[in-house]
Ligand binder design. Structure first.
Ligand SMILES: [Zn+2]
Length: 148
């Protein structure tokens, strides 16, 4: 009986370890997916910004809050993307120099490229207190007076 119980326990332990590893892999895959999705939304934001700029330059539209809103949304996404990329690298045992952006081994204390001390990614300050979320970028209304 003890023999069987022991085997069951060992099997369960092995199963738990496998699950943990799978969960880690899934977490990284999820982060990669989120990063890719952020990147594609960033491209769309830049496209929107370009279109707004075009309207201002060529169609005499007023540069309104629309462009500001899109730029805010871009910066918001870029910040999130930077955090995500840092997490993905850390999962791979690497980190990014906060000074020059070089990719370094996770155990590095100083950057191989710029020589600056490299903070542990865990200690990198992430501003959790986000300002009120900007609305998703809306294309600015063309500045045409609308007659009733
Ligand atoms: Zn550096």
């Amino acid at each position: 009986m003890d023999l069987i119980d022991g085997a069951v326990t060992r099997a369960k332990e092995a199963f738990d370890v496998a699950c943990k590893k799978t969960n880690e892999v899934v977490a990284v895959q999820k982060q990669k997916f989120e990063a890719a999705s952020l990147e594609s939304r960033l491209s769309k934001d830049f496209e929107t910004l370009g279109r707004l700029y075009y309207d201002v330059q060529r169609n005499g539209a007023m540069a309104g809050d629309g462009m500001e809103t899109v730029m805010d949304a871009i910066e918001d996404k870029q910040a999130k993307l930077a955090v995500l990329k840092g997490e993905i690298l850390r999962a791979k045992g690497k980190k990014i120099c906060t000074e020059c952006g070089a990719t370094l081994p996770a155990e590095s204390l100083f950057c191989n490229y710029c020589g600056k001390p490299v903070a542990d990614t865990d200690e990198v300050e992430v501003d959790e207190a986000e300002p009120a979320q900007a609305e998703e970028a809306q294309p600015a209304e063309p500045d045409a007076p609308t007659e009733a």
